[in-house]
Design a binder for this molecule. Structure first.
Ligand code: AMP
Ligand code: ZN
Ligand code: FE
Ligand code: FE
Length: 283
């Protein structure tokens, strides 16, 4: 059975394959009634998402975002929910981050050429569409060119952090991202923490910066992993949140929107906190 809430999803405005409207229809059909669109470094899908959400009286869309942050050796992603997404300073910051994604994608395409696995910029661009360009778009170009069998192989052979075509891009530190989200009244949640080294150290820093949640119910996380993370979340006073991180790209970890075992209790806690902060009414 689907969860009533799903707080982590991607659309064509970043590296997902469904439009915000298609995504919301899929989630609604699955039984989701509280959902967030959390595209990477962009809120440009939100106007369409709100139009689609308005078709269903019993459906709440929470404006969201996923921001990547820089820590040595690994990736830390932070979700922001209930963000004041029309804030001009925030918008400028995001524009700047998207520009650095674009420059970095060009460099990765160059590297692939040098590695004898050429893809054209035109194909990467067409997979990205109007959206914030990311490695999954390059991965799809690699699949199309016949260099790899699927997106997962593109990451494992070339595009992962340790892969030969990887190029760093500009990112903020995790605390800077939490602060940036605070500035626009967002509730910050640490995304997919299972593989993070030094998780508890990171959490004490981020809790001090204003983190309120941690993703505990996520994709293929097993019951014992969920339990380990839930205990850590409680220890730090963080709400154990959940999301499918649906992109529509397939692969063994993919879960459809709502297809995560997120219970009602954390959803209610999260909405209560939003109400207390006065951000729920604005949605
Ligand atoms: P970027 O934002 O360009 O750094 O790309 C990061 C995105 O690539 C993540 O949000 C995931 O959607 C996707 N990704 C990262 N690692 C993998 C992987 N091993 N297989 C498939 N997709 C991945
Ligand atoms: Zn993504
Ligand atoms: Fe992520
Ligand atoms: Fe994501």
């Amino acid at each position: 059975m689907a969860s009533r809430g799903d707080f982590h999803n991607h659309s064509t405005f970043s590296d997902g394959v469904l439009s915000p409207t298609e995504l919301i229809e899929l989630a609604y059909g699955n039984g989701v009634r509280v959902m967030s669109l959390t595209d990477h470094d962009t809120t440009e899908g939100l106007p369409e998402a709100f139009r689609a959400a308005a078709r269903h009286e019993d459906f709440t869309l929470i404006p969201g975002i996923e921001m990547s942050t820089d820590v040595p050796g690994s990736e830390v992603h932070i979700l922001g929910h209930f963000i004041d997404w029309k804030d001009p300073t925030f918008e400028r910051k995001l524009e700047h981050l998207r520009e650095s994604r674009l420059n970095r994608a060009h460099l990765m395409v160059e590297k692939l050429g040098e590695l004898g696995k050429p893809v054209t910029w035109e194909r990467v661009e067409s997979f990205a569409g109007e959206g914030a360009v990311g490695r999954p778009h390059i991965a799809r170009a690699l699949v199309e060119a016949g260099h790899v069998a699927d997106v997962n192989e593109a990451f494992s052979l070339y595009l992962s952090r340790t892969g030969p075509a990887y190029v760093e891009r500009e990112r903020l530190s995790p605390s800077e991202v939490v602060e940036t989200l605070n500035e626009v009244h967002g509730l910050a949640t640490l995304a997919h923490p299972r593989e993070l080294d030094g998780l508890e150290g990171l959490l004490s820093d981020l809790k001090a910066a204003g983190l309120v949640g941690m993703e505990v119910y996520y994709q293929d996380y097993k019951p014992d992993e969920v339990e380990r993370l839930r205990v850590i979340a409680e220890k730090f006073g963080l709400i154990p949140m959940g999301g499918s991180d649906f992109h529509g790209l397939g692969g063994p970890q993919q879960r459809e929107p709502g297809n995560i075992p997120l219970p009602d209790e954390p959803i209610e806690r999260f909405l209560a906190l939003a109400r207390q902060r006065g951000v729920l009414e604005k949605v």
